[in-house]
Design a protein. Sequence first.
Lengths: 418, 295
Amino acid sequence: MSGLSFSRRGLLAAASAVGASAALSACGAKTGSGTSSDAAGATADTSGSTVKIGLLNSLSGTMAISEVTVHNALLLAVKEINAAGGVLGKKLKAVSQDGASDWPTFAEKAESLIKEDKVAATFGCWTSASRKAVKPVFEKYKSLLFYPVQYEGLEQSPYIFYIGATTNQQIVPALDYLKKQGLTRLYLVGSDYVFPRTANKIIKAYAKANGMTVVGEDYAPLGSTEFSTIVNEVKGSGADAVFNTLNGDSNVAFFKEYKSAGLTAKSMPVLSVSIAEEEVKSIGTQYLEGQLTAWNYYETTPGAANEKFVKAYQAEYGATKPTSDPMEAAYISVYLWKAMVEKAGSFDVAKVKAAADGITFDAPEGKVTVDGATQHVYKTARIGKIGSDGLITEVWNSGKPIKPDPYLKGYDWASGLS
Amino acid sequence: MTVILNQSFTGISIGAVLLLIALGLTLTFGQMGVINMAHGEFIMAGAYTTYVLQESISSAGVSLLVALPVAFLVAGAMGALLEWLLIRRLYTRPLDTLLVTWGVSLMLQQLARDIFGAPNVQTRAPDILTGNIAVADGISLANSRLFILGLALLSVLALTLVLRFTPLGRRIRAVVQNRDLAEVSGIATGTVDRMTFFIGSGLAGVAGVAITLVGPIGPTTGTNYIVDAFLVVVVGGIGQLKGSVITAFVLGVLQSVLEYSTTVSVAKVIVLVAIVAFLQWRPQGLYTLRTRSLA
């Protein structure tokens, strides 16, 4: 039995290795390359009859659940564009790389797409951590990334187009909505990483300026599945509503616990910013019925462009597959790039960037316009309610597309945020 | 007072989940000394069993009850197969076992992804388990947590009875205490090993059914729980059931009290530091098995 103490030591090593890899991925912003100065050799190859574009999503690992759907939406857009004749007479060839839910891998794959495949543009990334990991790569090689997910703002890289919502197109309108409903005492629950922490900083500044009270604030580590204490605290806090910035699997555990504690959408609604149609399916409508979400697009959003998108997506991937906000943003990002290239008459990055301002597209979410100065998109904010069928129906919208303001310069209360 | 009572119950219910996920490991790791990193994937198999059964049995209550024995058999069979295929060849090489079973764990996760898809799947909990019982003003006990607590205690009881009073249990204890002597006394240690693995992995399957009530069901479900499960067994002491039981509840209460007074992340850090400190003081864990083995 002398093997036992040995086994235990081996186990602790393994446990700490698991812990260490989690810590690494939390802060990993390694760019994956040394100091090679061959940036000039990385220009896009547009000489042939086809043009390559890069799709950079996690097709494996913990983020695959969400990113595979975005990947599918990107492929659909490429297929449609090719069927309609391509871009500037050239067919698109999508090169998929798996970021594997690992941020250094994202950086390596981004570099390989730019250097080896010589792509004209890259579409993808989901978590802010992966975006921050690839940002220096795209800046070094002066290549374009189209990022399809809502995020925490306070960023503006010259080589990234942000097609998802920034905070003033999602979080601020959501707070306006809660205030209008008289839900002024908020409890903040989020995952412990950059997006929820930044979002909650903004929420607290907003609350202070708008006569709302934040009665409690809790963070759970990413992937945490034990929420009994947090739900106890929420229940005892006397809050009117919960503002939920949890991400991934934690939402499942949180909402199961929430219902078990006897809390409902009536007694204390939860407004979530990371739960779209796909996530509703995996959490279970039993636990979510009546709860609120904030996005710019829902599968149920009216309009011919959306009907066409939903029909095309379900024809391609199955009649029961839902469409969601990040998928829609990914889908339109390819079309927006196409419009920029056609306006510029060239695949050249500098020319495409110069042509970006004012590009519009009749998107499933309604008309969107690219803001050249911030490289973000004008988007309509929509608050939705989750129904028993798993679909989300809009209960309020901002009426018109909101001008993107990633640094919240237009809001006095946000002056203290950096 | 309300807070204290609520948090104590929360702690006990966290402890019950910990106990349930660690129970199978007390056998395979605790008794046999095998570091099985794929243990979490047996929990996942139990959770998916619940999902599959619910697809064919419409009543949520019936399918949950049917899932308990079926998940035990499914996960148990997977465990026995793993033991027979790989682990029995590596009994003298614990670090190789760790790497091999970790590889198996990754393969099983990918298999689940191929069969059920990358997104999580949902199960419906029976209505009776989604509510709660109000025992006093402001104090309520969630039914799902009571169910898990009951299931955990029942599993401990059943395992204790099997180990103490059945011929199989006697043989398992004999092999743990002195493998060579057991062998020369005519016990087929290979078969006993396989049965131990079957039961231990089966219990992971049962835990998988229980966690469908409180957590996500997806390809990475197992990885959410595997580290906690090992912690319980290591602190509890190798080869001792009661060590794991006490440890699970102590860690649960400690976690819930600390979470309440600090934050979740800080609580996790303090608990881990406490465990490291404890193991410095008692490297063998809470309880140890005295054996007459010379090795």
